[in-house]
Design a protein around this ligand. Structure first.
Ligand SMILES: [Zn+2]
Length: 403
């Protein structure tokens, strides 16, 4: 993916100008922008509330631009963290910031369970803050454009969201390979059902770049033997609106898989319809987790169809991923469901049951991977991209055993 050329300027240390009349301002009127400003009159006591999703009570995502703070000692207080969707998500969490919207870094942040405080001395006029490195709608379109130029890719627009955005799935295979289309394994990857979990689309970007690399042997074999269906963004409206968890109608899409409707959850309705048409031999659904500082997977051991074969595939998949990525681990994760007790409204469980196939939710951290931390950036878009590329080895390992 092309990026803007970076300035190699060394920024001079800026001192506050005497009698400076620069006025602080905060703006979030842009793609995925979200914050409520309570008070901006004192740079040492900037008061903010994390905004709720447009049609639900979930609040956790924020993304805003602060201007006029260059050379000033700023103190930002997030007042409502106790009333957000995942209060433990703020423990040991550091806010991300950027001067150019390309390079994001962590800013030391503290919270006491009641409020979260960021003290910061901006080196430039504009600084952007976010819950995690954003993934813009423009970048989403550029990702589609990137894929669009490969002969192995067919892009299908399945229909539109409530706000009128396209639901797009990429169908990827080598049509020239010896294996007939009908015999190829059907591998699905979806991301960003929860739109604030932007690491999920960074994951897809790395996955696609490697899968489409014509010199990559694993990818060549995969495309000879499988058809991939990739939905890089399951929740376009929520993404642009700056929601953490829901679509334009306030639906949590990962609770809509049993009975989606075009009125409430067209995103799921359309993708599910396509899955029923193509069949599914393996499914991955990429997410981010607010609390746990690890990458992990959650399977569907609680669905009625779960059996020994399913368990063997899971073990094979996890073993293969562990072998290629130190960012993956299996010690930490969600509690396993009791047999037959799974919530069947989730994508992973619905697909696992409907198609009796290997079906995993992939969770990445908002914080960092505690097993391999990087205090400068924490878990990041780039690390998610590399992680997304690495999963192809695990897919390659299990592929011959899927049916
Ligand atoms: Zn999620």
């Amino acid at each position: 993916m092309r990026a803007f050329r970076r300035a190699n300027l060394v920024r001079p240390l800026t001192l506050p100008v005497e009698n400076s009349v620069t006025v602080l301002s905060i703006n979030c009127a842009f793609d995925s922008g979200a914050i409520d400003v309570v008070s901006l009159s004192n740079p040492q006591d900037i008061q903010l509330n994390i905004r709720r999703d447009n049609a639900s009570d979930f609040a956790q995502w924020f993304h805003f631009q602060l201007s006029g703070g260059k050379g000033k000692d700023l103190k930002l207080r997030f007042l409502n963290i106790a009333n957000t969707a995942y209060p433990p998500g703020w423990d040991n969490y550091d806010v991300v910031a950027s001067y150019n919207r390309v390079d994001w870094f962590r800013v030391p942040t503290r919270s006491d369970g009641k409020e979260m405080v960021v003290e910061f001395h901006p080196e430039a006029d504009l600084v952007w803050f976010a819950y995690f490195e954003p993934y813009s709608w423009d970048r989403h379109l550029e990702l589609l454009g990137f894929a669009n130029e490969f002969e192995h890719v067919d892009l299908h627009v399945l229909g539109q969201t409530l706000d009128g955005r396209d639901m797009t799935v990429l169908e990827i295979t080598n049509a020239e390979s010896a294996v007939p289309f009908a015999k190829k394994k059907k591998v699905w990857l979806t991301a960003r059902q929860h739109p604030g979990e932007t690491m999920a689309e960074w994951f897809v970007e790395g996955f696609l770049e490697r899968l489409l690399d014509p010199d990559e042997p694993v990818s060549r074999q995969l495309l000879d033997n499988a058809v991939f269906y990739v939905v890089p963004n399951m929740n376009p409206d929520g993404s642009v609106r700056g929601n953490l968890r829901t679509n334009a109608a306030g639906a949590n899409l990962n609770r809509e898989w049993q009975t989606p409707t075009m009125e409430r959850s067209p995103e799921v309705f359309l993708v599910r319809q396509k899955m029923l048409e193509t069949g599914v031999d393996m499914f991955l659904d990429a997410h981010g987790d607010e609390n746990l500082p690890y990458n992990f997977v959650a399977g569907c051991e609680g669905i009625p169809a779960y059996d020994e074969r399913h368990q063997k595939l899971e073990t094979m998949f996890k073993t293969a991923w562990l072998a290629v990525s130190p960012d993956f681990q299996t010690e930490q994760g969600y509690e396993r469901d009791e047999p037959g007790k799974a919530n069947m409204t989730l994508a992973t469980t619905w697909v696992g049951q409907q198609f009796t196939c290997l079906s995993y939710t992939i969770e990445m951290p908002f914080k960092d991977n505690a097993n391999l931390p990087d205090p400068d950036v924490g878990w990041s878009g780039e690390r998610s991209r590399i992680f997304g590329a690495s999963v192809l080895n695990a897919v390659w390992t299990v592929l011959p055993h899927l049916r």
